[in-house]
Write a protein that binds this ligand. Structure first.
Ligand SMILES: *Cc1c(COP(=O)(O)O)cnc(C)c1O
Length: 384
């Protein structure tokens, strides 16, 4: 049994870079477990389906499943990852509102039963699978305040939901309930509450019309974490959600699809200085990871990761941290206060588990960071 290690300790970071090289994404499964438990505690009775998209990695999936969690799959690739890990399909839902026939068949073949649809064409795709599939209808609640408003691209207007449920009933497609996703990194839980209250009304009407089993409400993701900027603490974020859930009709199964909250704080990015140059009175440090790599989240996810140097000695001065590619846009941060650095010195980005490595590319042939998962087994840990 390997000893528990804190991968965020400088000595351990150096050891892991010595063993695996750089750049690294060090994922601490113990922190994934802690995040899972924290959310489970403030959302009692809610089944947590980890959405794979922010970090589609076997270590994250295994850790959530071992902790008693469930999965939210959205693509054939994610279905294949869950299948390869031997996850029970009953613990999975498929939540992409738009799917090819092949996506649906692959998920059904794996054994997923619950799918999401948000428009008549998509509901009709399930007319051939009435014995094997049932739907959650995704409703859109616009959220211009969220950093990523997911209700613009997906979801039907609340006023169209009952017609969609009627269409499903006409086709013999089972409707299990409703779902929504108010958008990622929500500033507060106001939209969740508004959406839960609106869904309660829709569920009551749909049950009265007997439009399906309607025993499930999926409240999506959006649970925020702190970056360079602090977010609302999860306990106070979820208190109004709990109150709204208590107002729902009885005998409802509530599920959520957290992604960012489960894995975001659980990983750090580690990049090494490849070279440096003094330009216009400042040091420019060129790292082996950048905006086309793990820091892609700065572009796609609008995140600002807390960044620091592992070396702490020396007088700090404003520096520029640049990525490795030949593209001028590939600058991670300007005016970061850093001590003097040399080639091989390490830069740490915190809260880099979600929407970082997942959206990295190998532009210019710079490889993506190697993912190193530590503390993979509860209690045993240390294993990579
Ligand atoms: C991305 C996504 C999630 C995860 O959202 P977070 O804000 O990261 O929790 C959940 N459900 C669906 C359908 C998604 O597309």
């Amino acid at each position: 049994m390997k000893p528990f290690i804190d991968p965020f300790e400088p000595a351990h970071v150096r050891r892991l870079v010595g063993e695996f090289g750089s750049p690294l994404l060090i994922v601490d499964c113990e922190r994934i477990r802690a995040q899972y438990r924290k959310l489970a505690r403030v959302l009692p009775g809610v089944d947590l389906h980890y959405a794979l998209k922010p970090l589609p990695h076997a270590a994250a999936v295994r850790t959530v499943i071992d902790a008693g969690g469930f999965l939210d799959l959205a693509t054939t690739g994610e279905v294949q990852l869950a299948a390869a890990l031997g996850v029970a399909p009953e613990r999975c839902i498929h939540s992409h509102p738009i799917k090819t026939g092949r996506d649906i068949r692959n998920a059904l073949h794996f054994g997923v039963r619950t799918f999401v649809a948000d428009n008549p064409d998509e509901v009709r795709k399930f007319a051939r699978f009435t014995e094997r599939a049932e739907l959650l209808l995704r409703i859109s609640f616009r959220s211009p305040g969220a950093v990523c408003d997911l209700s613009r691209k997906f979801g039907c207007d609340p006023s169209e939901a009952l017609d969609l449920a009627r269409l499903a009933a006409d086709l013999g497609v089972g409707v299990r309930g409703l779902s929504f996703h108010v958008g990622s990194q929500a500033p507060n839980s106001g939209k969740h509450v508004e959406a839960i209250d609106a869904c309660a009304q829709l569920l009551r009407t749909a049950r009265r019309e007997q439009l399906g089993v309607l025993d499930t409400l999926d409240i999506g993701g959006g649970f925020p974490i702190s970056y360079a900027q602090k977010s609302q603490e999860i306990g106070s974020f979820c208190a109004p959600i709990r109150a709204a859930l208590a107002r729902l009709p009885r005998r409802l199964r509530i599920i959520a699809e957290p992604g960012r909250f489960i894995v975001g704080p659980a990983a750090i990015g580690v990049a090494a200085v490849m070279g440096r140059a003094r330009r216009e009175g400042r040091w420019w440090y060129y790292l082996d990871d950048g905006l086309y790599g793990s820091y892609s989240g700065q572009m796609y996810d609008h995140a600002r990761y807390p960044i620091e140097a592992l070396r702490s000695t020396g007088e700090r001065s404003p520096c520029v941290l640049a990525g490795p590619t030949c593209d001028s846009i590939d600058v991670i941060a300007e005016n970061v206060m850093l001590p003097p650095l040399r080639c091989g010195d390490l830069i740490i980005g915190r809260a880099m588990g979600a929407y970082t490595w997942a959206s990295a590319s190998e532009f210019n042939f710079f490889p993506k960071a190697t993912v190193v998962a530590v503390n993979a087994h509860a209690g045993d840990a240390g294993s990579v």
